[in-house]
Design a protein around this ligand. Sequence first.
Ligand SMILES: Cc1ncc(COP(=O)(O)O)c(C=O)c1O
Length: 392
Amino acid sequence: MDKDVYASFARELEDLDAKGLKRRLVLVEKRKGPWIRIGKRWYLNLASNDYLGLAQKGLDLEADDSLGLGAGASRLLAGNHRWYKELEDTLEDLYNRPALVFGSGYLANTGVVSALVGKQDAVFADKLVHASLIDGIRLSRATLYRFPHHDLDSLAWLLKKKRALHRRALIITESLFSMDGDIPDLPTLIALKEEYKALLLLDEAHAVGVFGPKGLGIAEELGLKAKVDLLVGTFGKALGSYGAFVITNKILQEYLLHRARSFIFSTALPTIVVARSLWGLKRAVMAQKERTHLRHLATKLRKHLRTIGLKVPSKGLASQSPIVPVIVGSNQAALKLARDLYQKGFFAPAIRPPTVPPHTARIRLSLTSDMDWDNLAPVIEIFKGQLKYSSP
Ligand SMILES: Cc1ncc(COP(=O)(O)O)c(C=O)c1O
């Protein structure tokens, strides 16, 4: 091996370490309810997206002997097994609109965005949208206009100035922001997309299972799911499985099937994973009690964080979101706080750039319906006296 070839990579890694940006894989030995065992100790897991605690349930689901396990081909070749049909039919019944299942949320977002827009088109995206959406925009080669987080006046201004310069326009945001736990003004987004003849893509990855009477997301909660051109949901978070879906109309469903490269050029999911997603979806629809408990827990945690001086939203849907970020600022300070939490039995790693913008490193407390207040109360004690932290 020629050491010189690797030297620049090693230097970059050293540089990351010096900036407090080195990452490591933690080995989870066991899971039980909201707890995980790392080494010999159990920790309260505040770092999962398993909001309804479904990931550990329903493990008696059997493999499908008639189809085997691996799909063996992409969906457009011989990989489109009956579990996909059942899953897409169920999604269609729930959302009242056509659905297309993708390999993962990352694959859905990169595939959908790069299929829908190209060089002549424009994307208007919230500054904090997920990396998978940014990667889709980059792949598309469309012109990107980013508006400050939730600043829909800026979006309106950008649309007014730039929309006419492009063939298609796609507005992109998340319904429940993964690292901030906040929610955009969906009615205004819909009004803008209608006024400027744009498409609206709403990434509901973190809202599915959590919001809406049937757990279908924020658009369902607000009675607006028929108004959004593309809703993206994932099976890997509250639904406890793996994969993703796009809810759209007949034309775009068909178009994506022909044009989304991550759909076309990737092996279909194993039968058991798709069957498991269907199970998770059905369970999530029925999980009203868990949703209510989770949202109640989130509201209570925020209330207590406010009493010790942290700025957290107190009103509206965002105050019930199970993602509660405590923004620390520097990477080193976030790492130190994460270590303190870890020593006291709480697993909530520091979230640092590039996952969040520079100087906004944070602890992201992520709740699940398996938790109760007794599990969370000690966290408030740990944060007490740390009033320099803020939270959006
Ligand atoms: C907002 C958002 N969209 C998409 C994804 C990607 O989903 P998946 O993990 O299924 O690839 C994630 C998760 O990491 C996410 O937070």
